[in-house]
Design a binder for this molecule. Structure first.
Ligand code: SF4
Length: 361
């Protein structure tokens, strides 16, 4: 493991930037799939270091950004149940449903609490057996194992007042959908944290079927620049492949134990993604054998129509078709303090990162 300073070394970054400038002799579009990368790219001013020929696009990897109004509406519906507590991660509070957000429901007196992990929600269930506790499960392959492990713990301890409303999603179907839509991309900057769990096998299909290179990247400036150089080299050599830049954290095989827990507890379902619509087998729902923990099975949930805030172009931004600055609401009606769309809610959202670091890029 290198010392932290090395990832920010000006000399090493400059050397990589020089090589990128030397090699990038054609227009190239690379998509960073992960919201963490979107934030790091802007925070470190990576686009300002690249030649004009390289464009970085934000992808669909910010969990809050791709969560539907339907999920928020259903969570608010659940919050109205007698003796119900909804546990959520902080960012989700401010995502708009059809008639407001979880934050608004909280101010109206609903018992909605912010937790840092599923285990916090389970602890509330232990402490308050007279209440029903619903954890809102969002995120990708990175967070799904902890939700699954929480369900397994609840079963082991025979905790019967704990439930999960799952909007967990899987990365590969969204990555494939973007290319299938014909959106021009020359390479994927693949999510580092997700890949620590999944391993790299899932990207091979993208390389084989679409001829798009995939490099799994870390989150420091040096990581991102090296990843971009690796992608440029692949394109120049016309040899798309899967590579791991983030080798200090990612093993090719991932974390088989975490994957086994996902497989044990969840099954895949078709899921809606902002901008991409419903993608086959792209979501996770507790299996029938864990139905007693599945809030969507235990409670009656209306199916609301999915709505998007008027004039919000989050969907196009999440698939690299537009930039936040293309939105007429950006920075005027829509700011981090007063977000209209989901991409301005999360600190990893494309609109919020552009807004926060606009002076750099
Ligand atoms: S600036 Fe706001 S309204 Fe516009 S796309 Fe971004 S989140 Fe949506």
């Amino acid at each position: 493991m290198y010392p932290f300073e090395q990832y920010h070394s000006k000399a090493l970054c400059q050397a990589l930037v020089d090589q990128i400038h030397l090699m990038a002799d054609r227009p190239l579009r690379f998509m960073e799939v992960c919201g963490g990368h979107t934030m790091a790219v802007r925070k470190y001013g990576i686009p300002s270091l690249l030649p004009d020929s390289i464009m970085l696009l934000s992808g669909p990897g910010c969990p809050v950004c791709v969560t539907s109004s339907l999920f928020i509406d259903q969570a608010i519906h659940l919050a109205a149940y007698d003796r119900m507590t909804i546990c959520t991660f902080g960012d989700l509070l401010r995502v708009q449903g059809t008639n407001g957000s979880l934050e608004k429901a909280k101010t109206e007196g609903k018992d909605i609490r912010v937790v840092l992990s599923g285990l916090d929600a389970l602890e509330i269930a232990r402490q308050q057996p007279e209440k029903k506790i619903v954890l809102l499960g969002i995120g990708f392959e990175t967070t799904a194992p902890t939700t699954a492990a929480t369900i397994l713990t609840a079963r082991k301890e025979k905790i019967s007042n704990f439930f999960v409303l799952s909007a967990h999603k899987l990365m590969p179907p969204a990555m494939e959908a973007i290319i299938s839509e014909g959106i021009p991309i020359n390479g994927y900057i693949c999510p580092g944290h997700v890949t620590t769990i999944t391993g790299i096998a899932m990207y091979k299909k993208i390389v084989e079927n679409f001829g798009i290179g995939c490099v799994v990247s870390g989150f420091e400036p040096l990581d991102l620049l090296q990843t971009i150089l690796m992608l440029v080299r692949q394109v120049k050599a016309n040899q798309p492949k899967v590579e791991i830049q983030y080798s200090r954290a990612v093993k090719p095989e991932g974390n088989p134990k975490a994957m086994a827990i996902i497989e044990e507890v969840f099954e895949t379902v078709d899921e809606w993604w902002r901008g991409l619509g419903i993608l086959k087998a792209s979501g996770l729902k507790p299996r029938d054998s864990f139905q007693d923990f599945d809030a969507s099975e235990v409670f009656s949930l209306p199916v609301y129509e999915i709505s998007e805030p008027e004039a919000c172009i989050c969907g196009d931004i999440l698939k690299g078709l537009k930039k936040p600055q293309d939105c007429m609401l950006y920075g005027k009606n829509c700011t981090p303090d007063n977000p209209v769309g989901a991409c301005m809610v999360s600190s990893e959202g494309s609109c919020q990162t552009h807004y926060n670091y606009a002076g750099i890029n």
